[in-house]
Design a protein around this ligand. Structure first.
Ligand code: ADP
Ligand code: MG
Length: 560
């Protein structure tokens, strides 16, 4: 059997174009080929389970190997394999049409980067690093013969007899001159770690050393011997694929340590698991951060059916939750389209608001179940909550139930509790409640003390996000204003319109009268001092009607 043919596509020479634009992201060829191999294994498993395959399904596996001398990288699986007819259909027609579609989309894209890595080129991404690709396969179907397909990236292909004797497929890449960097143990290991770490079928890459105890040394102690064992790349059952009921805290912590080896343990986590109206699983962790400056975005890893896609989760989670860590896995997030399309995608929108709601629910639950523990964590979670309240109206509305205000005495209050606490004593003459805060408690200590003397409460607002949080509170809270504790002397911080009322006795009245008379020093005036009430005139100075007229005339006439 030997057949040559031409792949029927409309665009000639598409590979130089694909190569050029995908160059920066060409490592994804391995992700694509390994996930095809995983698919093939899962398909044979399913056929076996459905009774549509009577042969031995066996333990599914994928093997990645390279040969630096021959300049080849081989991806092998014991999946369902392909017949020659299937190669023609799935590889020549379908995979090529995917590549053609890529180019169609590419023509319309304003920014080439938009598409790089976002468009699953699948099988044909192999040509980004290979000058020639070989498929050697044997189908599970009874009576099948092994088939070999060879293509050099032009539209010409060749199909002949293959030499696989067991069910499954080898994809052999003859690495091109520009891509020899991939013929390297650490390079390939790194790519596998990045994209294939949680694939659902075991993936092996060469061997690694291990130690076994064997025999005894002269002192009768067991002797350790180094042996080579298979190097399994992946954890096939990461926790997000399991049900929360089968997991212990330790499992979540171990997984976190696996994802972020150098980080402190997280504060808590949220296990997401929904399959309607979209499918989403994942675990989100609230990291422990020492200060706001340590915050790193894009620590959430996005997967699609356990294949790592990206750690750019913008659009999939709201901005303020990009500070969280963990994984999200959804086959419903369209990963092969451009960013603008992603933003408009209805599933992405739904996922975004679902994640927001889940985070709010979890915080609320923690608050309700154990307020003391929640208050202890507040210094760590407060920043996320405040950031969320500032940036997401919907989150603000939910967070009013569990956002806390801390005062300088380190007491915590919900927003409602705080309002109740300060309203009686901190309402000004116009009915505005005045919240007083310290942004630098050490420096403002004397001001805090004098405010406290007036029984005013002083909120602690000393983190970098607090200035924004203060403006948000001012904007959201009715008839409330926020004043820094040193904005004025304590007496004047809250203008209650109160007045000093005192009543003078006769002796005091006499003294005041004397003072005024001396100051005016004119016999024409009479000074009268009355009981003092600010709404009335405390001191009246009068002049005889006759004298007043004389004076007026003198002013007008210039003479008598
Ligand atoms: P996709 O994986 O999205 O279907 P690809 O371009 O990656 O697109 O692959 C095209 C098709 O080629 C697959 O759908 C599958 O039918 C076939 N194929 C690719 N790799 C293998 C493999 N290792 N074993 C069996 N079939 C394969
Ligand atoms: Mg594929």
């Amino acid at each position: 059997m030997q057949e040559k043919g031409t792949i029927s596509i409309h665009t000639e020479n598409i590979f130089p174009i694909i190569k050029k634009f995908l160059y920066s992201d060409n490592e994804i060829f391995l992700r694509e080929l390994v996930s095809n191999a995983v698919d093939a294994v899962q398909k044979i498993n399913r056929l076996g389970a459905l009774g549509q395959y009577s042969g031995e399904v066996g333990e599914g596996r994928v093997d990645v190997a390279f040969d630096a001398d021959k300049k080849t990288i081989t991806i092998s699986d014991n999946g369902l394999g392909m017949t020659a007819e299937e190669i023609k259909k799935y590889i020549n027609q379908i995979a090529f049409s995917g590549a053609t579609e890529f180019l169609e989309k590419f023509k319309d894209a304003k920014d080439a980067n938009e598409l790089i890595g976002k468009f699953g080129l699948g099988f044909y991404s192999a040509f980004m690093v290979a000058e020639k690709v070989e498929i050697n396969t044997l189908s599970y179907k009874e009576g099948s013969e092994s088939a070999r397909w060879i293509c050099d990236g032009s539209t010409e292909f060749e199909i002949s007899e293959g030499d696989r004797t067991t069910r499954g497929t080898d994809i052999i890449l003859h690495v091109n001159a520009e891509s020899t960097e991939f013929l390297d143990q650490w390079k390939l290991q790194g790519i596998l770690d990045k994209y294939c770490k949680f694939l659902p079928v075991p993936v092996f890459f060469g061997t690694k050393p291990d130690w076994v105890e064997e025999g005894e040394d002269a002192d009768g102690k067991p002797e350790r011997k180094e042996i080579q064992v298979e190097n399994k790349v992946n954890n096939t059952a990461p926790i997000w694929t399991k049900s929360p009921t089968e997991l212990k805290d330790e499992d979540y912590l171990n997984f976190y340590r696996e994802l972020y080896p150098m980080s402190e343990d997280p504060l808590f986590w949220i296990h997401l698991n929904v399959d309607y109206p979209f499918n989403l699983t994942g675990v989100l962790y609230f990291p422990k951060v020492k200060n706001d400056m340590d915050l790193q975005r894009n620590k959430i890893k996005l997967f699609s059916r356990q294949v790592f896609i990206t750690d750019e989760v913008k659009d999939v989670v709201p901005e303020f939750l990009m500070l969280l860590h963990g994984v999200l896995d959804s086959p419903d997030i369209p990963l092969n389209v451009s960013r603008s399309f992603l933003q408009a995608d209805s599933n992405v929108k739904k996922i975004n608001s679902y994640v927001t709601r889940k985070v709010a629910d979890k915080l609320n639950e923690l608050f309700k179940n154990d307020r003391t523990a929640y208050e202890e964590k507040w210094s760590d979670i407060g920043m996320f909550v405040k950031y969320g309240m500032i940036s997401e109206e919907k989150f603000y509305d939910k967070a009013v139930d569990f956002a806390l205000i801390t005062n300088t005495k380190k007491e915590h209050f919900t927003l409602n509790e705080y309002k109740e606490k300060v309203t009686p004593n901190q309402t000004d003459k116009d009915g505005t409640v005045v919240y007083i805060y310290a942004s630098d408690p050490a420096k403002q200590d004397s001001f805090i003390q004098s405010a406290n003397k007036k029984d005013y409460d002083v909120m602690l607002m000393d983190s970098p996000i607090d200035p924004h949080f203060i403006s948000k509170l001012e904007q959201k809270l009715d008839k409330t204003s926020l004043k820094r504790v040193d904005a004025d002397v304590a007496d004047k911080l809250i203008d209650k319109g109160e007045t000093i009322s005192l009543v003078l006795n006769d002796e005091q009245k006499g003294k005041v009268k004397e003072i005024f008379e001396k100051a005016i020093s004119s016999a024409n005036f009479q000074v009268e001092v009355d009981a003092m009430n600010p709404s009335e005139l405390p001191v009246t100075i009068t002049m005889d009607e006759f004298m007043r007229r004389m004076k007026d005339m003198a002013r007008m006439g210039g003479g008598a």
